[in-house]
Design a protein around this ligand. Structure first.
Ligand code: AN7
Length: 367
């Protein structure tokens, strides 16, 4: 008999009452969740007016992204149903999480990826965790279409966010935020790709409000990359492009749910350019010490864009009319180390050259 570690607090054991699990569900967990909510003094100062900004740092999950919250649920339920294999399409993070959790459950994991558009770190994760990787000539949306078809076969469980258990697991991030702040924030900002996460957060906030655990519900503000912004433009993007490959999605599965979350919460959907995304990534790492992948930096880019826009508050502005002393939470969805190619391509980081001598090093440093 092994010893149950004291810190074994995965999202199913922590939130069992609020999730569709029973004694019959074998819990497949890597102790995901319980990620830090980090107060950002410099970002708060930029917003001003006594507002406080926090980052929900989801990159600190076991496979480095928020996907682990949904995957512990999806794989546990697949195990309960007796499935031997799971399948997903992915821009990289879903496949990393699926591969890790499926392996833990002793299942095969098949991942369909858009060829050439996955960061090397995420691709390495799929391989190292033991997935069967298929590169599709096409984009994420094409891969998801294939998964929907192949997933009809009896042996597979589909673990994309069209699987409702994924959304259930991911809603726990909203629970954690309410518990930590003592209430929901006034505004919640997050990047939007397939739109599962904005759907999940809104569900979590609504459920906790209904249970009396929070007094308010936040306005949900989603940001898409300008070249991959179907919800913002209200039309499918056939050939989505962005440096933020995680959110390079032209036909989101949870489109309608995302619209509902934005409408019901009085929130907004807006876009950020690739340049704004990469600048936000650099700013956050350089000013707050938090390194997130480009897809995650879209939320920070969105907040910074709205602060700097200088126009009259526009309909899509998440900070419009923000009351003094408001609380703003941004989800940063994945760790910066997931994709080191993007920042290295965007900026040149050359080390200072020096001879192997103390004096030479000091001179190279300008001391
Ligand atoms: C870092 O892994 O779609 O709007 O296949 O990896 O819930 O899709 C990833 C999405 C944001 C968007 N940030 O979330 C996939 C995939 C990061 C992501 C999103 C993703 P959704």
């Amino acid at each position: 008999m092994f010893r149950q570690p004291l810190h074994d607090r995965g999202v199913i054991s922590r939130y069992r009452t609020y999730l569709p699990v029973s004694e019959a569900t074998p819990v497949v967990s890597l102790n995901e969740g319980s990620t830090p909510l980090i107060h950002c003094a410099k970002l708060s100062a930029k917003v001003g007016r006594g507002c406080e900004v926090y980052l929900k740092y989801e990159g600190l999950n076991p496979t480095g992204s928020f996907k682990d919250r949904g995957m512990t649920m999806a794989i546990s339920k697949a195990a309960e149903a007796g499935k031997r294999a799971v399948i997903c399409a992915s821009t990289g993070n879903t496949s990393a999480a699926a591969a890790a959790y499926a392996t833990r459950a002793g299942m095969d994991c098949v991942v369909l990826l858009p060829a050439g558009k996955i960061s090397a770190g995420k691709l390495a994760q799929a391989y190292v965790y033991g997935a069967k990787v298929v590169a599709i000539e096409g984009n994420f949306d094409d891969a998801l279409d294939l998964v929907r078809k192949i997933g009809e076969r009896e042996e597979f469980a589909v673990v994309n966010s069209i699987n409702p258990h994924r959304i259930e697991g991911q809603k726990t991030a909203a629970f954690e935020i309410v518990e930590e702040l003592g209430d929901a924030p006034d505004i919640h900002i997050l990047p939007v790709g397939n739109a599962g996460n904005i759907t999940a957060y809104w569900k979590g906030y609504q459920e906790y409000a209904a249970l009396g655990k929070s007094r308010r519900q936040p306005r949900m503000a989603g940001f898409q990359a300008a070249g991959s912004a179907p919800i913002f433009y209200n039309q499918v993007v056939e050939h989505p492009e962005t440096v933020a490959t995680a959110i390079r999605i032209g036909n989101p599965a949870s489109w309608e749910q995302a619209r509902a979350a934005i409408r019901e919460s009085g929130g907004a959907i807006d876009i950020v350019s690739d340049a704004e995304i990469m600048e936000a990534q650099a700013w956050l790492a350089g000013q707050e010490g938090i390194f997130v992948e480009p897809g995650s930096a879209a939320s920070v880019a969105g907040l910074l864009k709205c602060l700097d826009c200088g126009r009259e508050p526009c309909a899509s502005c998440p900070v419009r009319g923000v009351a003094e002393g408001s609380t703003i939470v941004l989800t940063v969805t994945g760790h910066g180390l997931k994709d080191i190619e993007a920042p290295l391509k965007y900026r040149s980081f050359a080390p200072r050259q020096s001879a192997n001598q103390v004096e030479a090093v000091l001179q190279a440093l300008g001391y």
